[in-house]
Design a protein around this ligand. Structure first.
Ligand code: NIG
Ligand code: FE
Length: 416
């Protein structure tokens, strides 16, 4: 395995390629394939039997994958990685039987993190988030989405998004940001949730958009958060600023948030344990991705499962993400998340892999990654594995061997 790979030209050989672009509706596998990379972009993909016979020195480096599974770089398409403080105390409270909703209603939960985040500098937020992100990067994540939503005032929301953007300079990763001002009601607006939504729409969201800090707009539609009418106002404001939308919906109850989000062409609707057939149909009609977050389901010890078979039947792309946050999902493993999506929700290993590659890219509106295809970014992971099932079989095992980010090796386990 080569150590210093030039980003200008590189070739992977003898690779078992998964999630390869194909003319079939499903993505393909190439048992013994090659990938050619030029200037950080995939320039050619094929079977070793068709390997171009280069005679000159145009290929600077060759990586022999020795039959290892090679996938697109993984994409964690739903995280709250930037925040101040932690919430171990709440974790312990829940273990004694207190519910997530009860803790939230008594001033803990998201509000506790808001207080800590307001007090933390942008540098400290970015540093702590980058250290958390290292756990994900070690497992082959090359793109991560990060939300605001623990500021709930303009200054802190912008600070969180600025911290998220900074992480791209600190680690070999692409960060996509979502403005989540409509995450919870801050104490200053207690009893005045409509006034808060006015403020989100007329000040916070326009400020995030004006500074180019938000790639999308998210919201939390739930009894403990905001109603469909309130979220609709946020979506209208997002449209005014040409920002795509997504939504946390039907996590703890069914308010119809998914159908609302679908009406606004949402990139994704996330959680969806309580999604009904009406919501499924609406999402199918709008091409909205269903993002499953098994970490929150697991930590909150929920029993209502997302309607996976209905999603499949409707042809809805299913993404899978950590939802890393200090409260409902302090999970920092994309591989464990994939495992949970299989064990808890019944996805196949191949569906779990699609959920953190091709479908996660769709959930972020990214067309240049998530699939091994000519023209896509050369974000690739070589695994000490033969098949998707090897990535999810053993909790705690990390078979990540080598990670290429934009054609450059950013992590490798060595020569063998
Ligand atoms: O995605 N559902 C809302 N927001 C987060 C939880 C945030 C928190 O508890 O701090 C989630 O699960
Ligand atoms: Fe979330």
């Amino acid at each position: 395995m080569s150590k210093s790979i030039s980003p200008s030209s590189c070739r992977l050989i003898n690779a078992r390629l998964a999630i390869v672009a194909s003319s079939e509706p499903q993505f393909g596998t190439t048992e013994n394939g090659y990938v050619e990379i030029t200037n950080g972009v995939i320039a050619a993909v094929g079977d070793m039997s068709n390997l171009p016979q280069n005679t000159g020195n145009e290929i600077a480096e060759v990586i022999d994958c020795k039959g290892r599974l090679t996938t697109p770089g993984l994409i964690d398409c739903h995280t709250h990685l930037v925040y101040g403080g932690t919430r171990q105390q709440e974790f312990e409270q829940r273990l004694t039987g207190l519910s997530y909703e009860a803790i939230a209603r008594s001033g803990g939960g998201i509000k506790a993190t808001v207080a800590a985040t307001r007090k933390t500098s942008v540098e400290a937020l970015a540093q702590a988030a980058a250290e958390r992100l290292d756990c994900l990067l070690a497992e082959g994540v090359t793109t991560v989405e990060i939300k605001s939503g623990y500021g709930l005032d303009t200054k802190t929301e912008l600070k969180m998004l600025t911290a998220a953007r900074k992480i791209e300079e600190m680690r070999p990763v692409d960060v996509k940001t979502s403005f989540l001002g409509a995450h919870a009601l801050p104490d200053e607006y207690a009893g005045r949730s409509n006034d808060y939504i006015d403020h989100v729409c007329s000040h916070m969201l326009p400020a995030a958009a004006a500074q180019g800090l938000a790639d999308a707009v998210d919201g939390f539609c739930e009894g403990i958060a905001f109603s469909c009418d309130q979220i609709e106002r946020v979506f209208k404001a997002a449209a005014l600023h040409n920002l795509a939308v997504k939504l946390h919906a039907e996590q703890l109850s069914n308010l119809g948030g998914a159908a609302l989000a679908a009406r606004y062409g949402a990139l994704s609707v996330d959680h969806i344990e309580y999604l009904d057939q009406k919501g499924v149909d609406a999402m199918a009609a709008s091409g909205t991705v269903a993002t499953l977050l098994p970490g929150a389901f697991y930590y909150l010890n929920e029993s209502q499962k997302p309607p996976v078979q209905a999603l499949r039947d409707a042809g809805i792309p299913i993404a899978v993400a950590t939802d890393h946050n200090p409260g409902s999902s302090p999970l920092l493993s994309i591989l464990a998340t994939m495992n949970m999506s299989c064990v808890l929700f019944g996805l196949t290993p191949q569906e779990a892999l699609l959920g953190v590659t091709a479908n996660a890219a769709k959930a972020l509106g990214l067309k240049d990654r998530g699939v091994i295809a000519v023209g896509n970014k050369a974000d690739l992971v070589i695994w000490q594995a033969k098949a998707a099932v090897d990535l999810v079989y053993s909790l705690g095992k990390n078979p990540c061997h080598t990670v290429l980010k934009g054609g450059r090796v950013v992590l490798t386990k060595g020569e063998d």
